[in-house]
Ligand binder design. Sequence first.
Ligand code: HEM
Length: 286
Amino acid sequence: MEKEKLTYASYLKVPELLTLQKPLSSPVAHDELLFIITHQAYELWFKQVIFELEAIIQFIDKDSWTDCFHLFNRVNHIFKVMILQIDVLETMTAEDFNHFRSKLNPASGFQSGQFREFELLVGVNPEQYAPFMKLDPEWKDRIQTRARLSTLRSAFVAALTRHNLTAKTDPDSVRDAVVEIYRNRSRGELRTLCENLIQIDEQTWLWRFRHLQMVERMIGMKPGTGGSLGAGYLETTLKKRLFPELWDARTYMGGVDRPEYGSLRNKALTGLPSAPVKRKGTAKRS
Ligand code: HEM
């Protein structure tokens, strides 16, 4: 039998994808489709971020820095898209949201298993996860398995040990190792690793912050459909840091002179060359 020719739609499963948006309101509230598609788009991005972080952990374990930073760059861009995506959902007004909000009860982003997987993969303490497992039993096994696997945090701490920066994992020892990485110029790759980790921490915080703003804009101080205080609860999550030692280290950092920047600095101080430099091939003005 002849193999069916691959098409755009069959490869990407477009027909199946387009059947997955099922508004619950009746008559259908206009903005419910936007609400569903936005959440589904997030779940797809979460899937990609988890996939990339799993690879990043393996690259850190092997000190494969070029591959590691290449994927961190990708994750960083995905986060920018995820943060910006909130603007699209904010084109919905609070009134329009209220047209279908009651239909969502008791479902909530609270139960996003992939968001919890992301937090676990980065290294948030698994002991905090018991309540979420009760919330969504379907995800219980997946989250329990994830909690046993290595994390971005454990890979980072293992790298510190491997590079003789510390054999301990307590916050003060990790912080001191980070200060040493920034002080010592020969630790270039580890410094870039620290910058990538603090970047992902910052992006997660920015997402949390934008999500909180959007929530207040939509429901004010009403409780959430997931049973929390709503904005009041989300405000408490802004205190979460994925890598607190990286932030703490800033308090202990000094300034290191970098001779490698010397020639550039000298150029900057002496100002522009006195005669304009002609570029090759620049067209003459008449
Ligand atoms: C109209 C838009 C939205 C509203 C009003 C809203 C509201 C809320 C509220 C009130 C909570 C706290 C838990 C609860 O329900 O009691 C929450 C949590 C959450 N929401 Fe949303 N949300 C919205 C859009 C989104 C979108 C687009 C996503 C993307 C996946 C999302 C993901 C989450 C996540 C992951 C949590 C858990 C946060 C944590 O526990 O740290 N939400 N949301």
